[in-house]
Every structure is written in C-alpha cells, then in structure tokens.
Design a protein around this ligand. Structure first.
Ligand SMILES: [Zn+2]
Length: 162
C-alpha cells in the first residue's frame, strides 16, 4: 500500500495524538501514584515500624500497638538486630496479651546489643552479678561485725553484773 504525502501526515498525526493520549494517561497515573505516596509519607498515624520500612501501615498492622510513631529508635534497633520479618513471626506466635512484654524484652536486648556488640545484655548481667557478690560480701562482713559487737556488749553486761 502506497500512501500519499497527505495521508501519511494524517496518519502520523493520529499516531501522535494516540501517543499523546497514552503519555497523558501515564502522566496522570504517575501523578496519582506520587500523590498517594506523598499522602502515605505524610500520614502521621503510621506506626514507627511502617515509617521505618517505608510502607503503608495496614489497619491490622502487627507492629502498630507496640511501635508508636513518636519513638522511631525502638524499631530501628530491633530491626537492626533481629530483622523486621523475624520480629513479626515471633509476635504472631505469641498470645496477644504477652506481645507487649516480648517487644519490651526484644527492644532492651537489641539496644544492649547495639551499644555492646560483643556481650550485649550479658555484659550488664555480669556487671550486676559482680555487684551482687560485692554487696553480699559486704553484708556478711557487717553481720559478722554486728555479731562481734553484740557478743562484746553482752560480755560487758555479764562482767558488770558480777
Ligand atoms: Zn504499621
């Protein structure tokens, strides 16, 4: 098929218009996608975990009761040590009433591990155990001193009596 010059121009115009329409649609799609993205970024109700993971916070988000938006470091530490997927799995395996406590425990352990990558919370535990031993030794010494003082006191009372 041989096209005349005018036909060719008309055809290319139609193609151009179609492409323009498509480009326009694509442009609109991009605009709505980015405005959605912007809206979700601006959503102040997203939990700290979803904010950190840059995702939408679903209504039944497993993290949202335990990671309020005001404390972003708590999730950052936990994610760094355990990984968000593992924490989510751990929480799903627990009864709902024990999850808050589990999150506190994980958060404490993760913070310790970030601060002390070698010993983590074991460092704190052994420090406290040393402290307990020192205090117990001091207590035993003081109790011995009290016993000696009481013995001396009762001895003087016996001597005064005689
Ligand atoms: Zn969330």
């Amino acid at each position: 098929m041989v096209l005349s010059f005018n036909q060719a121009i008309e055809l290319s115009d139609v193609k151009f218009m179609q492409e323009k329409k498509l480009t326009g649609k694509f442009h609109n799609l991009l605009v709505s996608f980015f405005s959605l993205e912007k809206k979700s970024v601006m959503n102040p109700k997203r939990c700290a975990a979803c904010k950190y993971l840059r995702r939408r916070c679903p209504k039944d988000c497993i993290f949202s009761p335990y990671f309020p938006p005001g404390d972003p470091d708590k999730f950052a530490c936990i994610h760094r040590i355990y990984g968000a997927g593992n924490v989510s799995k751990m929480l799903q395996q627990l009864p709902v009433q024990t999850r808050a406590e589990a999150v506190e425990s994980l958060s404490f352990e993760a913070k310790c591990r970030v601060e002390d990558p070698v010993y983590g919370c074991v460092g704190i535990i052994s420090l406290l155990q040393t402290e307990i031993q020192k205090t117990q030794t001091l207590l035993a010494r003081t109790q011995a001193e009290i016993a000696v003082a009481q013995a001396k006191h009762s001895q003087t009372q016996v001597n005064e009596f005689m």
